[in-house]
Design a binder for this molecule. Structure first.
Ligand SMILES: C[S@@+](CC[C@H](N)C(=O)[O-])C[C@H]1O[C@@H](n2cnc3c(N)ncnc32)[C@H](O)[C@@H]1O
Ligand SMILES: *[C@@H]1O[C@H](CO)[C@@H](O)[C@H](O)[C@H]1NC(C)=O
Ligand SMILES: *[C@@H]1O[C@H](CO)[C@@H](O)[C@H](O)[C@H]1NC(C)=O
Ligand SMILES: *[C@@H]1O[C@H](CO)[C@@H](O)[C@H](O)[C@H]1NC(C)=O
Length: 439
């Protein structure tokens, strides 16, 4: 064959396109091909696997239409990798030759490629400004793709949205997160850039179905693994107090696993969807209670009453079962720890009190030693020494900011405010907690 010029398989002539014109992606490309008898195809194709022409919606091995009795297949090869016979590895050429395939069987063919043959990343590479950061790291929540576009890409947002809807089958809505807004409910304002204006999503996590309005409540698909890790510590018969529960990613699966759950969130929309999800996942409602309170009131009333009930025998806990407290509101949760310190004033209950309580508190730290900083923050916030079981880096939020989890034992002496024989000092100094939230 006459060597084909090395070509790129990317779309051409579309750089700077702002209104998606799918026709403009049509292009003809000359590609190398091998003509191979039907009987040899299964032997030859694996040898060619490094050179195959791989495009979306394109079969590299196709029948050759002809009238003669023998039938052939055409194996389409990638012109970016191969423009002549000698571009094939020596060893591969030898094997091909053993199958009776020689330089004479290598030919070229012009094919037509269209918008449908490109993946979204090839399209973005060809359209968006060169040498600048492209669309990266978006997340998908049900049918919604959620972007955080940089300034230089805002002019292209409509095209980016339409391409994603075309290319990602399960996506019918694309939103761009507006500025980072740190509000109480941890939801952020978003702008539809393509598709239908429908924010009600359904997602599956840890074996449960969750449905919620993504514009009104907090949900982060990146926390799936962390939810799973905590769920592994929670056993049937245990009790969970989920202080900042959102729409239930800790609470619903825990209740499903026969744990008694007290779930709380201040956001009325989270509360509504939490209850919807409890029903949808067919929880036994005798094991599931939900609240729409401030975390402080939840701790100082619901949690406290349960502990008092245990001591007085009106509540029960199976022998060997534990009480877990999850506090996932990283920007603020540590500020609620002080309410545990001396929560029960009635010292007469002390002798009855013999329960294992584990707290999982999340925080953000900025600094070189996130483990040490997180532990110090938690100690200072609760105002007395604590027995830390584990400190874990959950995820990197931004260049120097980590989301950490500190797991510690909430002991009898903390609950009754008697640490090492003396009343705990209430917390005085506070470490600087970065308030601004990235999600
Ligand atoms: C980061 S989200 C965590 C939600 C859920 N636990 C999860 O892991 O996805 C924090 C939640 O705390 C709720 N929240 C914020 N301030 C609160 C407060 N003072 N008391 C109770 N809930 C609060 C927010 O509405 C939000 O749903
Ligand atoms: C957050 O959700 C609340 C309802 O839960 C809604 O009223 C508010 O507009 C949302 N905030 C943003 C910034 O979209
Ligand atoms: C719900 O839990 C209670 C208490 O454990 C039990 O008696 C009841 O049978 C359960 N209901 C269902 C439908 O499983
Ligand atoms: C609880 O179980 C442990 C062993 O499983 C046993 O040693 C202990 O006496 C039990 N306590 C009560 C109060 O039943």
């Amino acid at each position: 064959m006459t060597p084909v010029l090395p070509v790129t398989l990317l779309p051409i002539g579309v750089r700077g396109m702002k209104i998606l014109n799918r026709q403009k992606f049509l292009r003809k490309v000359v590609v190398p091909i091998l003509k191979v008898g039907d009987e040899k195809v299964s032997e030859v194709t694996p040898i060619c696997k490094n050179y195959l022409l791989k495009l979306e919606n394109f079969k590299p091995v196709q029948p050759l239409k002809q009238n003669s009795e023998n039938s052939y297949k055409i194996i389409h090869l990638n012109p970016e990798k191969l423009s002549q016979w000698s571009d094939i590895d020596n060893s591969d050429r030898e094997v091909l030759q053993k199958c009776g395939i020689t330089e004479q069987d290598l030919d070229t063919k012009e094919i037509q490629i269209t918008y449908d043959n490109f993946k979204y990343d090839s399209i973005f590479k060809a359209v968006l400004p060169e040498n600048e950061e492209t669309v990266s790291g978006f997340s998908q929540i049900g049918h919604i793709i959620h972007l955080n576009l940089r300034e230089h890409l805002l002019d292209y947002k409509q095209l980016i949205g339409e391409v994603l809807i075309d290319k990602i089958k399960t996506c019918t809505t694309v939103v761009n997160k507006n500025n980072i807004i740190d509000n109480t409910y941890r939801n952020f304002s978003m702008e539809i850039i393509a598709g239908e204006e429908n924010y009600i999503v359904t997602v599956k996590e840890n074996g449960c179905n969750f449905r919620f309005d993504f514009s009104k409540v907090y949900w982060n698909p990146r926390l799936c693994k962390e939810h799973e890790r905590i769920l592994e510590y929670i056993k049937p018969g245990d009790v969970l107090f989920d202080v900042f529960c959102g729409v239930g990613p800790f609470s619903i699966p825990a209740a499903k696993r026969k744990c008694k759950v007290f779930a709380n969130d201040l956001n009325p929309d989270s509360f509504t969807w939490l209850n919807f999800n409890a029903k949808q996942n067919k929880l036994n409602m005798t094991h599931f209670k939900s609240y729409n309170l401030d975390g402080k009131d939840f701790i100082c009333n619901i949690f406290k009453d349960f502990l008092v009930g245990l001591c007085k025998g009106t509540e029960e806990l199976q022998n060997g079962s534990k009480i877990h407290v999850t506090m996932n509101l990283p920007a603020m949760a540590v500020e609620f720890l002080k309410h545990f310190n001396g929560l029960l004033e009635d010292k007469l209950l002390m002798e009855k009190f013999n329960y294992e309580i584990i707290v999982y508190v999340y925080c953000f730290v900025v600094g070189d030693d996130p483990y040490k900083d997180a532990e110090q923050l938690v100690r200072e916030s609760i105002g007395c020494d604590i027995d830390i079981l584990n400190t874990f880096n959950v995820r990197n939020v931004s260049p120097k900011k980590e989301m950490m989890r500190v797991t510690f034992k909430l002991t009898k002496s903390i609950i009754f405010g008697v640490n090492q024989g003396s009343i705990c000092e209430p917390p005085t100094k506070k470490l600087c907690v970065e308030k601004e939230l990235k999600d």
